[in-house]
Ligand binder design. Structure first.
Ligand SMILES: [Zn+2]
Length: 448
């Protein structure tokens, strides 16, 4: 193929910083190529993580215009990004600003700068869309199953939240173990929604109920993940044992995990999870706060800031948990407004909305939480979300990330090939073309 290459070039002698830039560009769907002194093609825009004479001189030779060389660290802070991806975003809890994904907003500022480089060269910018079928955002519902047995719930609730002893005793006498899970299954089945249930590998006396529930979830195509016990977040052997134990009962592989109480020790917990073979984690958020702990509203690869490497594992950013509502003694309107604040920002930024509703609160003892979940599902199904399980969301994100594109502009025709089918968006000035590319080779004519 001949003509103008339409990818963004990245130049960096520091491979860790290059990985950070790739991660940042990947979320917003930019097609990029890593280039060096051996490269001979020209690029409409080249990004350097930091200023470096050697890299800058290569960029000056390869970029259409010196003005289109973006030094990331001069516009944003590369350190802020790798600390955030490494689990160390500086956060002032008193301001409660986590509901604004600070770094994702900066990703969009970067996108504007890239668009500007293309526009100055009179070139269209081709990007990957975020979600299948041009959905505005993604919604992942998850349920931590702390207990199947009402007896075990006392320790969770005592002293913290109003507790209905009478109902507790009635449940105990009737031995209705795990009945809220059936309620969730029925409700989600009616809405054709498939969520992810996180289980411990053991529920003591409720073993028979546990087996039955797992079997049912599997038959109905719900996803099951591991709910890591209290200490497995810093004990690799324990974590591996728990994974094997639940996989044996489930007769299948587990892709994901959320640690009980959101216990986490970066980067070690991610290291242990990755070594144990998990594809994604759902734990990295604050239990007492809503919002985005890393300031990012997309699925992301965390980084190991000690070893200076990007994990293969994906973090799905959980931004809402029902327990936080109870802990903060919120009323319905306050809780609903929080949910809508998160939904609005996620819809606008095309992010991923991951919520955690425990089975333990889907009953008459917690009418506020029951109503909240039901109303949230009403809202989500009215809007243009891709509703999916945590496992499918992470598989999609990984496939999207791996998809390569070669695209060249020759006169008014874009010719190219894409390595796997994907929805793409072509932007030039005010014009936007959306295409769900099915074929690997394509030819697109654009207007003047
Ligand atoms: Zn838990």
């Amino acid at each position: 193929m001949t003509g103008q290459n339409l990818s963004v070039g990245i130049i960096s002698t520091d491979k860790f910083l290059a990985a950070i830039i790739k991660e940042v560009l990947g979320h917003i769907g930019i097609f990029f190529e890593e280039v060096d002194q051996k490269t001979s093609e020209n690029f409409p825009c080249i990004i350097l993580p930091t200023h470096n004479e050697a890299d800058f001189s290569i960029a000056s030779r390869l970029c259409n215009s010196v003005e289109n060389i973006l030094i990331f660290d001069e516009e944003f802070s590369i350190k802020a990004f790798y600390l955030a991806l490494g689990g160390f975003l500086e956060y002032d809890r008193s301001t409660n600003k986590l509901k604004t994904p600070k770094l994702s907003l900066e990703q969009y500022e970067l996108l504007e700068k890239i668009k500007n480089c293309f526009s100055k060269s009179d070139l269209p910018l081709i990007r990957k869309w975020y979600w299948p079928k041009f959905a505005d955002a993604c919604f992942v519902s998850t349920h931590d199953i702390d207990s199947l047995d009402p007896i075990l719930r006392i320790s969770n609730l005592k002293g913290r939240i109003g507790f209905n002893w009478l109902r507790f005793l009635i449940n105990l006498v009737r031995k209705q173990l795990g009945k809220e899970i059936f309620k969730i299954i029925l409700d989600e089945n009616r809405r054709e929604l498939r969520s992810t249930f996180l289980f411990f590998p053991d529920y003591g006396n409720s073993y028979k109920d546990f087996l039955y529930i797992l079997k049912l979830l599997k038959q109905l195509n719900f996803e099951v993940g591991l709910h890591g016990s209290e200490f497995s977040y810093y004990d690799r052997t324990q974590l591996e044992t728990e994974k094997k134990q639940l996989e044996k009962i489930l007769e299948g592989n587990l892709k994901g995990i959320r640690h009980h109480q959101l216990n986490f020790l970066p980067p070690f917990t991610w290291r242990y999870q990755e070594k144990a073979g998990f594809i994604y984690d759902l734990s990295f958020s604050y239990s007492t706060d809503f919002g985005f702990r890393s300031g990012i509203c997309f699925p992301y690869h965390p980084v190991d800031i000690i070893e200076r490497k990007r994990f293969d594992l994906i973090e799905l950013p959980t931004s809402f948990m029902d327990w936080t509502v109870l802990y903060r003694h919120m009323n319905y309107n306050e809780a609903w407004n929080t949910l809508m604040e998160l939904a609005n920002v996620i819809e606008k930024l095309h992010g991923c909305f991951v919520v955690n509703f425990h089975n333990a609160y889907q009953n008459k003892d917690f009418p506020l939480i029951e109503k909240l979940y039901s109303k949230l599902l009403d809202h989500i199904t009215r809007k243009n979300y891709w509703i999916t399980s945590a496992g499918k969301c992470s598989s999609w994100w990984l496939r999207r990330e791996k998809t390569k594109l070669n695209a060249f502009l020759d006169k008014k025709t874009i010719q190219g090939n894409i390595s796997s089918p994907l929805p793409i968006i072509i932007e030039k000035d005010e014009d936007i073309i959306k295409l769900d590319l099915k074929k690997t080779d394509f030819v697109i004519s654009i207007k003047d």
